[in-house]
Every structure is written in structure tokens, then in C-alpha cells.
Ligand binder design. Sequence first.
Ligand code: ARG
Length: 588
Amino acid sequence: DEENVGNVKKLLARVFELSLQATVPDETDVEPIVTASTVGRFGDYQCNNAMGLFSKLKGKGGGQFRGPPAVGQAIMKNLPQTEMIESCSVAGPGFVNVVLSNKWMAKSILKMLLDGIDTWAPKLSIKRAVVDFSSPNIAKEMHVGHLRSTIIGDTIARMLEFSHVDVLRRNHVGDWGTQFGMLIEHLFEKFPNIEAVNETAIGDLQAFYKASKQRFDDDSEFKERAQKAVVRLQGGEKRYRDAWAQICAISRREFDSVYKRLKVELEEKGESFYNPFIPSVIEGLTNQGLVEESEGARVIFLEGFNIPLIVVKSDGGYNYASTDLTALWYRLNEEKAEWIIYVTDVGQQQHFEMVFKAAKIAGWLPTEANKYPRTSHVGFGLVLGEDGKRFRTRSTEVVRLVDLLDEAKSRSKAVLEEREKDKDWTKEEIDQTAEAVGYGAVKYADLKNNRLTNYTFNFDQMLSDKGNTAVYLLYAHARICSIIRKSGKDVEELKKTGVLSLEHQDERVLGLHLLRFSEIVEEACTNLLPNILCEYLYNLSENFSKFYSNCQVIGSAEETSRLLLCEATAMVMRKCFFLLGITPVYKI
Ligand code: ARG
């Protein structure tokens, strides 16, 4: 089965499918249920069809089996010959336990070493996805929530891309809306000669935002002008469009510097992009009879929600929901995306549920869950400070992202300089390693938690070299690389000529874990849960440690095989780092 060459679970499911067909030839729609065993004692994988199948047959009056265990026995007996399986047994109410063949496992790992880890990429059924992430707002601060969105969204995009999905990485920047009225008016006030305005003249855009807001709140005449400015901007008046573009450009440069550091790629299609399409989308929904008048606004009433979705405000303007409905329409119809994923804090969950529901009623999306095209909201919790409250720094109300990244880097640099005092590292090496470790630590500390939970931002914890941290993992990888270097062997040569075997128990446990890579990435990706991949990576390095402390590598009779196992571990670790957006290091 070339299609799923790396996915053991799917390969086994194919084998069990054949067995099920032989066991119950009259049943046409029995999907094999194969899972990895949680308790390794009985086997590596198991097939869990017996119970369900037994009750199904019983319901039809069929009595060819005495009970679920008998069904399990039959499934086991009917398994076709395969080199994958060493032995099988039936346990409890008919679970068929499978012990994989050591020889097959070793052969599969060696094949991956030769053909590359990309041959273990999951195969998904969709061709194109949109990941809408990061999405900060112009002139407002890019806060830690946007950092979470950026990190989580990037990982999801990377996992999909690895799985051969064409991903449109969308930065849905908040670049439209009423706040621009006051920003533009304030700009005109401060700089009557608008042509002379540049980035340095405006200075800190957040401070500029605050000052405009102050004017807006204090002066009713200004407020009125600001409100008119919104209309003139939306009407496309040149002077207003130019001022708007100028403000956006300044924000954009700030955002881009964060993306560059984090090595995150995004394509900006801000709210303003969808603006020209809004009227026709609302008209379409109106023609379908979905839009109603309510207190002067135009709304869509949705079953299961106690508020309606406002699509045109009472002043005739459009809002966040009008834009999101239109963006969804555009992504489905113009961009032909099959899966559209939105990464924002959980606070926006209801907004997205309502937009998705409206799209279903309008017939844009199938109503069945898990059918494509589909939409998903990837929500995440808050970042907390040590005090258990929303993360803030002493001096400012908000945490500037760049400062966070700077601090992570300088802290890890200090540690490195201390450690490496007597080594011969170049300045560049220290700098690059400090960056990989510092930024990696920030990313990993975020990704390792289930995204829905709040997490506490703590430099000491995330930069510790013990426990489940990026530092520990990066060092573990570097250590493996140094083992290989120290052997003096050419691994590329070993891959071609060497043999791999998994005789020792700890070699086998490590090998099995390596072989689970593909199914884990698929699980993390399809469930939109990066923490599953983090857990896998952490366990991989634990399994490696155990192997390394119990199995001598260099100078042993099994040296070649064990070096290959080291290399396979390093390759899988690197791919995990890559998928998590972390840069690996090779030296410690
Ligand atoms: N700009 C919004 C915010 O900062 C996030 C936008 C998310 N994407 C979307 N299509 N609504 O909260």
C-alpha cells in the first residue's frame, strides 16, 4: 500500500478490512477500527471491531457467533498472510491484539532513512485549505493573543503543507472600521502637510491611537469630523484613502518584523480586501429570505443563539460579521478552499459559530459535520502572568511581542555564553543558537499545552533544560548528532549498506515510536491540536534516552544498526521541530 507507506495504523486497517470481508462476507459496510495499544503488554496495535459487529449481527437475528470473543477469534483466523504481523491474540471481549514483526519494523525504518521522512507524510483527502491566523489590528497593539494565534496557526499550516495540502496562509488584518475616522482626522490635524508625514513623524502608532481616541472622547466637534471621515474613506475619497494607506503601512512594518523573527509566512488579505464584495453577498442572503429587519439593523436569526447575527448595522455600515461572511464566501467560491480554519482566542467562538451556521443555512456548507467543504474555529485560552492574571509587564499595560522575543533570546544567550566559555564557538554560532533556543522555547511553551487552556508565561520554566521544554528537546537532538559525529562513520553510507535490527527491548520501543510518527501528525493535524505532536516529540526523546542508557552504541557489535536508529530518531525529531516552527541545533 504505497499510499500510506508511513502510516502503520492505516496499513493494518487495510489488512483487517480484508479479514472482516472474509469473516462477514454479507456485511458490506464494516469499517475496520484499529488503534495503537495503550498498554504495550498485549501488543502494539489492536482491532476493536468484534463487539460492535457481534451486536450488529445479533440485531439481525444472525447467530453464527457465540459472543464477541468468538468474533475476535474469527477475525484473527481470517487475517491474510502479512510480513507486518509477528503474532496475534484475542483478549477480553474480542479485541484482536497485534504484535508487529521486528523485521518489518526495522525494514520500514531503514526504508524511511533511504527515501526520506517526507515519504511518511500523512495523506489527506483535501487539496486546499485556508488558515486564517495572527490577524492583528492596525494601530492597535499586537498582543500576546496574536502571538498565540501566530504560533498555533503557523504549526497548523505547516502540518497541512507537509500533508500535501495547498495552504493559503491568511492574515485577516483589522484594517477597516470606524477607528480609522479618528486616526485619519488626527493625522490631518497633526500634519496639515500630509505629504511630509512618514513613519518617524508619527512615531509610536499605539501612542498615536491613544491620542486620537482622547480627541474623539473629549471633543464632540472632532468626533463628528471623525465619523464623517469614515464615510469619506469608505466612499473612496483619495486624501482619505492615502492617509489610511499610510497608517496601515506603518503597522504592517511592525507586524512584519515580528513575523520575520518568528520565521512565519503570511499573506495579508485584510478586512478591507473583502469590502467590495459585501453588498452582493448580503444581497444574495437577502434574496434567499435569510435577512430580516430588526431595530433598524439587518440581521440573520439563527436557531440556538439568543442574539441574531447583525449583517448591516442600523447606520447602514458593515461590521466584523459582514466581513467574515463575505470572506467565507470568497474563500469557498473564489479560492476554492475545502477547509477554512480560523485561529483566534476562545472569546470569539460564538461569533464564528454564528457565521458558520449562517453559511450552512445559506447552503454554502454541508450541514453534516466532518464533510467538506468545512470550517473550523481553533480557539485558544489566555496567556497569564505569574500572578494568574492576564499577562502584563510592570511598566506597560501590554506586553510588546518584540520585547518578549528579545528577552527570550538574551536569556538563552547568557546561559550559552556561560556554558560554552571553554568551547570554541564563534559569535555567530552563539547568536544563532541563542535565537533558535530562545524563540523555540517561547513557541514550544505555547504549543505543548492543549490550546484551549490558559497558560502561564514563565521564562525560567520555558528556558529550563529539564522537563518538557524546547531547550531539553533541542539539546537531546544535538546530543544525538554528536553521537553520530563521534562515531566517525558516514551515515549516508551506512544507510545504503547497513542493516537495522531491533533486538533489544529498548530498541524496539524506540522503533515503534518512530513508526507512529505519521499517524500522530495526521491526528494532530486533523484534530487541530499541536500539543499531540509536542507530546509525541517529548516521548520520543524519552524513549531515546532510555535506549541510549541501556544500549551501547559506539564500539558495540550492533554499532551500525544503532547508529542508524540514532539517525532515524534525529530525522524524526527534526521534522517535528520543523512542523512546530522550531529551528534545530546540531551542537551543544
Ligand atoms: N482582528 C481580529 C482580532 O484581533 C482577529 C481576526 C480573526 N479572523 C477573522 N476572520 N475574523 O481579534
